[in-house]
Design a binder for this molecule. Structure first.
Ligand code: DCP
Ligand code: CA
Ligand code: CA
Length: 357
């Protein structure tokens, strides 16, 4: 039985944070722009989140110390990250993209895989579909995206990075090996700098070199990873496009300097924990349904209490209120508390909040 060729998109937004900042403030458009830590005239700590293409021309890169970026490009406009705005734009882009997919999988704040095998009969139709998706994102969000189209997620992901910004790269099944062969091995997912350094002495620099290499030797050197790498080098990858959240729960705990039965102090600590957890879930674009509170008393006796909400949310006030409710019902008065914890779980990623109104 012959299996129908899958058609997968990988969509990746161009210089995402800075593109959003430029959209909000058009005077930035002809300037080099860096989003990240405060450079403090070159003495700042912390790193670059991203930069626009003009700043990249000066050598600025994501993850680089902000002090180094400052030395390379002192004339750039340096902005602190505005996460709520980026998450809002991300959700809006993802909502548009979902409308083009039979199956959808968000893969980070600015990228997603779309399985379009049902709605596109061939790669020509898929290319048209991708053009329409890019146009809708541009029209509604004033942002450009690059899309790679391939017979699996691996090829689609490498293809979206092939031509940037505003790119569209199509790699049909019979073109996969020729497309991959000249690219450096580092382009394969999970091949980091360390692996790259170990491959070089074997004469493996491109994906094509790796594809031609004896898999038995790779197996000996790298174990299962080696076999996996060899398959990837030949463009073989079969994983499904499906939404997964990965993260199961996010929690924060605090141990009091001194055990306490002061309810004000306990509640203040609980609220602070709720805020930390809510901030982290929002940063990871997750929406939770279940809130758990953990209480450890001075004799180390530990209880957890959980409540599931009838809706998904990422709002701090929902978390804070639920945690307070749980504690007020269950906390045993007069007993000294040693440790408190708050956990959010039962996640759905990248979905819009559903309110009960
Ligand atoms: N990001 C970050 N720190 C990093 C890498 C990325 O905070 N080390 C953030 C900022 C980016 C966003 O994630 O805007 C998306 O990351 P990408 O790697 O997709 O990079 P960009 O979208 O900025 O640029 P490109 O046009 O190369 O995709
Ligand atoms: Ca991007
Ligand atoms: Ca990305």
């Amino acid at each position: 039985m012959s299996r129908k060729t899958r058609i997968i998109f990988h969509l990746d937004m161009d210089h995402f944070y800075t593109a959003i900042e430029e959209r909000e403030n058009p005077t930035l458009r002809d300037k080099a722009v860096v989003v990240g830590a405060d450079p403090k005239q070159g003495h700042g700590r912390g790193v670059v989140a991203t930069s626009n293409y003009k700043a990249r021309e000066a050598g600025v890169r994501s993850g680089m110390p902000i002090s180094r970026a400052w030395r390379l490009c002192p004339e750039a406009v340096y902005l602190p990250p505005n996460f709520p705005l980026y998450i809002k734009s991300s959700n809006e882009v993802m909502d548009i993209a979902k409308g083009y997919a039979d199956k959808f999988e968000q893969w980070g704040i600015d990228e997603a895989f779309l399985d379009v095998s049902e709605r596109a009969r061939n790669f020509e139709e898929a290319e048209d579909l991708a053009k329409r998706l890019k146009a809708e994102v541009k029209e509604k969000q004033h942002l450009t995206a690059s899309i790679g189209i391939g017979p699996n997620k691996l090829v689609a992901k490498i293809a979206s990075d092939f031509h940037k910004p505003d790119g569209l790269t199509v790699v049909r099944e019979n073109e996969v090996e020729a497309f991959l062969a000249p690219l450096p091995v580092r382009k394969l997912l999970w091949v980091g700098r360390k692996t790259e350094a170990k491959l070089k002495p074997l004469g493996i620099e491109t994906i094509g070199d790796l594809a031609r290499f004896d898999p038995a030797v790779l197996n000996e050197m790298f174990g299962v990873m080696g076999v996996q790498m060899h398959l990837m080098a030949r463009g073989i990858e079969n994983s499904e496009v499906e939404q997964r959240t990965g993260v199961k729960s996010i929690s924060h705990e605090t141990t009091f300097e001194e055990d306490t039965d002061d309810s004000k102090e306990v509640l203040a600590a609980l609220d602070a924990l709720s805020e930390d957890v809510a901030k982290e879930t929002a940063e990871q674009q997750l929406f939770f349904k279940t809130v758990t509170v953990k209480v450890r008393y001075e004799n180390f006796e530990t209880h957890t209490y959980a409540k599931s909400l009838p809706f998904q949310t990422n709002r701090t006030q929902d978390l804070r209120k639920t945690a307070r409710e749980l504690l007020s019902v269950h906390l045993e008065p007069g007993r000294k508390v040693r440790l408190l914890g708050v956990r959010a779980s039962n996640f759905v990623s990248g979905q819009k909040q559903k309110t009960l109104l």
